[in-house]
Ligand binder design. Structure first.
Ligand SMILES: Cc1ncc(COP(=O)(O)O)c(C=O)c1O
Length: 369
């Protein structure tokens, strides 16, 4: 993939070296164009009554079909939402638990995927069990064993991230979903860092529900997302969104999301994933030469994704380094939330190339030995 040709398709400020798609992706020109075009048409003809054949609303509904092609599921199993948090909230709110029922999750979940379970635990007097994904613990087998050991006869839900936000660790969702199904437990997945980053086929993963955002790796409009509920979980999980096929989000944003997904489909997610992993592995190799930092993401291999994080020495504050990288070197990275570790996260995507990684490594050498 030649990212130099691709870069001009984005509205990113040309003065930025953007390595922070895992927080928010940049907007492709085509996405903004679609939103503006649809907004203008909607301003001129606000409803079907104003123009026969006005197709904005119908086209917005069809975005579920485009999403289903990318996610490997049926369009009837998807609805559009505003965000991953919105989707996770809607899933959790629709599940009825009894006092003493248990929700099994990990200690590495993003707030957007875990607040909902704390709400549910409060509302239904349920209990949250937490399995640890300790630092430098990439072993899928060990993670699975800990989850299996934490299941008991009251466990009703297992909820985990597909890709852990702080380290990019890819979780073995297919095996976790199989474990859940074996015990008659619902498996709910926070896919905020997965869709558009790695190849995902929801049917072969086998989870019951899945939540994701449209504006991270998919680079769609801010304020968009998907909620998925598998056909066979449709009586156990009934989010209010299912009442109405019409989009609950602004149709112009839905159409922008459709354009963003079509771009990912046309570039091919496997090609995108290889491109991003190659950049991430280049960064990984360069970071190994800095002896005072500790890489906390998996080494190159099956557990790795495009996200790469490293811990800084105690005397170098991550927020200070983030600001320095931005102000002195034009580099946009994320300072990892301090509750995880004092570190930096990068997340290269299809518009990045090797020169961006080399610029990062060169800049880091100014602050780190
Ligand atoms: C794993 C994970 N879950 C949930 C969220 C929240 O996503 P949203 O802003 O779409 O609600 C994020 C955001 O970074 C995330 O990384």
């Amino acid at each position: 993939m030649s990212s130099h040709n691709i870069r001009t398709d984005y509205l990113l400020d040309s003065d930025l070296i953007y390595l922070n798609t895992a927080a928010l992706g940049p907007t492709p020109q085509a996405v903004l164009h679609r939103i503006l075009q649809a907004s203008q048409e909607l301003a001129r003809y606000p409803s079907h009554d104003a123009k026969d054949g006005l197709d904005i609303f119908l086209a917005a509904e069809q975005v579920r079909e485009t999403g289903a092609r990318l996610l490997g599921c049926d369009a009837e199993e998807l609805r559009l939402t505003c965000s991953t948090t919105d989707s996770m909230n809607a899933i959790a709110q629709s599940i009825r638990l009894n006092q003493g029922d248990r929700i099994l999750t990990t200690d590495s979940e993003h707030d957007g995927g875990s607040w909902c379970w704390h709400y549910l635990a409060r509302r239904d007097s349920a209990i949250i069990d937490t399995v640890s994904i300790t630092r430098l613990d990439y072993d899928h087998h060990a993670i699975l064993e800990r989850l299996a050991a934490a299941i008991n006869s009251n466990t009703r839900v297992i909820s985990v991230s597909h890709v852990i936000a702080s380290t990019g660790l890819r979780m073995p969702i297919d095996e976790i979903a199989a474990l859940a199904r074996e015990h008659g437990i619902l498996c709910v997945v926070d896919g905020a860092q997965a869709i558009g980053n790695i190849n995902v086929n929801l049917k072969s993963l086998g989870c019951h529900a899945y939540a994701t955002s449209g504006y991270k790796w998919l680079m769609g409009p801010k304020g968009t997302g998907f909620i998925y509920v598998s056909h066979d979980a449709s009586s156990a999980i009934q989010p209010i969104y299912w009442n109405n096929l019409h989009s609950y989000i602004n149709p112009t944003l839905a159409l922008g999301l459709g354009t963003a997904i079509k771009a990912v489909l046309s570039h091919n997610i496997t090609t995108i994933e290889h491109h991003n992993i190659a950049l991430r592995n280049r960064a990984y190799a360069g970071l190994l030469e800095l002896s005072t930092i500790k890489i906390l993401s998996p080494p190159p291999g099956p557990q790795a994704t495009a996200i790469l994080s490293f811990e800084l020495p105690d005397d170098l504050d991550s927020e200070y380094l983030r600001v320095m990288l931005r102000e002195k070197h034009r580099l946009v990275v994320k300072a990892v939330e301090k509750k995880w570790f004092n570190g930096i996260r990068i997340s290269p995507h299809m518009f990045n190339d090797e020169s961006d990684i080399d610029a990062l490594l060169q800049a880091l050498r100014v602050y780190i030995t």
